[in-house]
Design a binder for this molecule. Structure first.
Ligand SMILES: [Zn+2]
Length: 503
């Protein structure tokens, strides 16, 4: 154990170990299918979801689905059902991290998502095994979060990713863009991901071909495409908060020329990123309020979701605040954890000065204001982290994102909605996911304290239900034990697929 930290002490940091253990029908970490026909009743609980707060409820789960939700006195619990004491506790829908880049550590990423109540993830690219993981979990052959999977990232030519080793696809014109969309769809991905340096013509072709092929496209709004144009073209979700400042600046034309003029040198992402800072800082400080209101209204009218990913902005903006001695790093194989300071150094810390550090801290505060403005304008928001980036721990990071959204000005209920009902709507799965209602898939998180009182209470997890599979406290502890064991086993050096969303 690192630095002599005991496993027990480590676990106590995030997880109380207590009584009231109920062994579920599925026994992780072995691959587990949802219990066929098995029933679980969470009794006398306060249900908290986007439809409201319902104290004194009993939630009956049969197989994968929620069979009944109602006042405890009215819901009959079948003989043989596993009972979970819900009195004094709070039940929320399973959480969604809408922006992750898993790395191929199967005994690390999926269990860490699940023990943290993250029952669905959106894989945003760079992870070749993502579709296999998705299909094995869906088939009940492996225990992990449900996932939806990105195409190879589609960037322009030249791409920011030349020579770096991250999978990407460079499309130079409309013809290549259309071919890329068709081929990616044929490969079985769930959506097309657009990236920063796509040209306007190629981006428009991706939008049109995606519509023809019936597949969503989403991701970064390219630097050379106004965000309103991307939204009008059908961009399903806008990732991160960079583009909005150009679109809302009174100095937009000059700043866009400046962006286009920043040189892209193969393999020099960090240098490009450092050069972009001055332009972004100028954009953030030249907001035209009336222009901003028009842009937000357009996003809201088009139903374009925004995933602010304040978590990764924190990594990039204020790296001094990161806990480099975070005891939870013990959950990661050392080779992977040791790649994080290197990533930080190579990408985010190049050419930093005390002056740019102060500017970046100011930008981080401004990003919070931007999130509040988007929320107030009715732009739908998704909670996403960019896990896979340095210092974002799978599963844990989503709770930190929720706290950042509340720090930005969302209510705890709005932050929860961004991790439950909103992603369900984005995925077109609101009939199945996103609330605690009869007939929906049983993805649930049982909390020991009220998340509406303090959003940090989403970390006080007693049990998780994933597709009807109950992971109680003992099961979650076993899963964490296995994550720790896996981290200590010799493995080949892990090369993190440097997150393709560094900006
Ligand atoms: Zn990303």
């Amino acid at each position: 154990m690192r630095n002599g930290t005991s496993r027990r002490a480590l676990l106590k940091g995030g997880l109380a170990i207590g009584a009231g253990v109920v062994v579920g029908a599925c026994a992780p970490p072995a691959p587990a299918a949802p219990p066929p026909g098995g029933a679980t009743a969470i009794t006398g609980v306060t249900v908290v979801d986007a439809t409201g707060v319902r104290p004194g409820s009993t939630v009956l789960v049969v197989g994968e689905r929620i069979a009944r939700v109602g006042p405890a006195a009215e819901v009959a619990v079948p003989a043989g059902a596993t009972r979970v004491e819900g009195a004094g506790r709070f039940l929320i829908p399973g959480l969604v991290d809408a922006h992750v880049h898993s790395v191929p550590l199967e005994r690390t990423f999926p269990p860490l998502f699940l023990v943290n109540g993250v029952t669905t993830v959106r894989e945003m690219g760079g992870f070749p095994q993502a579709a296999q993981w998705r299909d094995r979990v869906a088939a009940g052959e492996a225990l992990g979060p449900r996932s939806v999977v990105s195409s190879t990232i589609l960037d322009g030519s030249p791409s920011l990713w030349e020579g770096i080793g991250v999978p990407f696809r460079s499309v130079a014109d409309a013809g290549q863009a259309r071919a890329a969309v068709r081929e990616e769809k044929a490969a079985g991905v769930d959506f097309i991901k657009t990236y920063t340096r796509l040209g306007r013509e190629a981006f428009a072709a991706i939008a049109d071909e995606s519509r023809r092929q019936g597949i969503p496209f989403l991701g970064h709004c390219p630097d050379l495409v106004p965000v309103t144009e991307a939204s009008d073209a059908g961009l399903a979700t806008l990732e991160h908060l960079w583009q909005l400042w150009y679109a809302t600046s009174r100095d937009e034309a000059r700043l866009r020329r400046a962006v286009a003029g920043v040189p892209i040198a193969g393999g020099e992402y960090g240098g490009w990123y450092a050069e972009m800072h001055a332009v972004e800082y100028a954009a953030a400080r030249s907001t035209d309020r009336s222009k901003a209101a028009d842009v937000y209204a357009r996003l809201a009218a088009n139903g374009t979701f925004v995933t602010p990913t304040l978590s990764v902005h924190r990594v990039a903006d204020v790296p001094a605040d990161l806990r480099r001695d975070d005891p939870r790093l013990a959950y990661l194989p050392p080779a992977y954890a040791q790649s994080w300071p290197v990533q930080l150094e190579q990408v985010y810390l190049q050419r930093r000065t005390p002056e740019t550090d102060a500017q970046r801290r100011e930008l981080f505060d401004r990003r919070h204001d931007l999130v509040a403005e988007l929320g107030a304008a009715g732009v739908p928001l998704l909670a996403g982290t960019d896990t896979g980036t340095a210092y974002l721990l799978p599963g844990f990071a989503l709770h930190e994102e929720l706290a950042l959204l509340v720090r930005a000005g969302l209510t705890p209920a709005e932050a929860l909605r961004a991790a439950t009902l909103e992603p369900a709507r984005h995925l077109g799965r609101e009939a199945d996911l996103g609330t605690v209602e009869e007939g929906k898939v049983a993805d649930l998180v049982l909390l020991d304290a009220d998340p509406l009182r303090d959003i940090a209470n989403t970390t006080r997890i007693d049990s998780v239900v994933a597709r009807g599979c109950l992971l109680d406290r003992a099961a979650r502890d076993r899963m964490l034990d296995d994550v720790l064991a896996a981290a200590q086993e010799p493995t080949a050096p892990v090369v993190a697929p440097a997150c393709p969303c560094h900006r």
